[in-house]
Write a protein of this length. Structure first.
Ligand code: HBI
Ligand code: FE
Length: 294
């Protein structure tokens, strides 16, 4: 049975591109209340910590605590800004499907919302992570282009052995867990951080993680952790600069990456522009290390 056929049992109306109708009317009051609780919690921590482009996106897209957004209405506002739309999916979709959506400027967002007992941590992306975490940055023209470039890069990387792993690391350390330079230090733009209260505080203020100036090859050589706060964050100077990196010859880069070292999540190397060297002392819920692909 294919992945799509398996999903069809729970989602009879799933399409070939893994999209489903959002059925906004079907959200319960309890589900809207979960959105509201998460939204209000983040509004308390993000001013002064999230970058201004993220906060501007929230305002431009009329994102508000009262209700889970209706994707059609949200997409109309987003499309007017950058040409992107948001489509509903069950949760994680296969890599090729994900890349095809991004390359077409469609962001696949989980339809479900976490249960109240999962407020602080979920394994699969829900509507709060996907819409609150990812969509505001898609209202920023440079970032919108960067995400599409990632989708196109992914389509090509699928054909090249090993390249997907390198590209997925870039996504992880930018789109999901990226920081950007600010006059007073660094601000958050990564969706995995902005959608988590605890990691928003940790990423900006904790002395525990390394904060290292972004370098494309360095990031593509660095494994990541999926089960705990990041040990290293990579700090970009600007979204213009990040987008410019995607115009590099990735085929030559992948060939180079096939040789040479792979770094562990907490490593610091000689060539790094180190902004803060982590103490690694604060390890919330630290369990055994687990990283990508394990
Ligand atoms: N699907 N819905 C969804 N969201 C993601 O962030 C996502 C995905 N499928 C694959 C994927 N991410 C990554 O494995 C790729 O970026 C490599
Ligand atoms: Fe995400």
């Amino acid at each position: 049975m294919t992945e799509l056929e398996a999903l069809r049992r729970d989602y009879p109306d799933i399409a070939a591109d893994f999209t489903i109708p959002q059925r906004w009317e079907s959200y319960s009051e309890r589900e809207h209340a979960t959105w509201r609780a998460l939204f209000e919690q983040q509004c308390q921590v993000l001013p002064g910590r999230a970058c201004r482009e993220f906060l501007a996106g929230i305002a431009k897209l009329d994102l508000a605590p009262d209700r889970i957004p209706d994707f059609e209405r949200l997409s109309d506002l987003l499309e007017a800004q950058t040409g992107w739309r948001v489509v509903a999916v069950p949760s994680l979709v296969p890599d090729d499907v994900f890349f095809d959506h991004l390359a077409a400027r469609r962001f696949p967002a989980g339809r479900f919302i976490r249960r109240p007992d999962e407020i602080d941590y979920i394994e699969e992306p829900d509507v709060f992570h996907d819409v609150f975490g990812h969509v505001p940055m898609l209202a920023h023209p440079m970032f919108a282009d960067y995400m599409q470039a990632y989708g196109k890069g992914g389509q090509r990387a699928l054909a090249e052995f090993g390249a997907l792993k390198n590209l997925a690391r870039l996504y992880w350390y930018t789109v999901e867990f990226g920081l950007i330079r600010a006059p007073e230090g660094w601000h958050i733009y990564g969706s995995g951080i902005v959608s988590s209260r605890a990691e928003s505080l940790y990423a900006v203020e904790s002395p525990s993680p390394n904060r290292i100036g972004f370098d494309l090859e360095r990031v593509m050589r660095t494994e990541y952790r999926i089960d705990d706060f990041q040990e290293s964050y990579f700090v970009i100077d600007s979204f213009e600069g990040l987008l410019a990196e995607t115009y590099k010859d990735f085929a030559a880069l992948y060939a180079k990456l096939a040789q040479g070292p792979t770094y562990r999540p907490g490593d610091i190397v000689t060539a790094d522009r180190v902004l803060t060297r982590g103490t690694h002392s604060y390890k919330p819920g630290s369990h055994l290390p687990r990283s990508e692909g394990q």
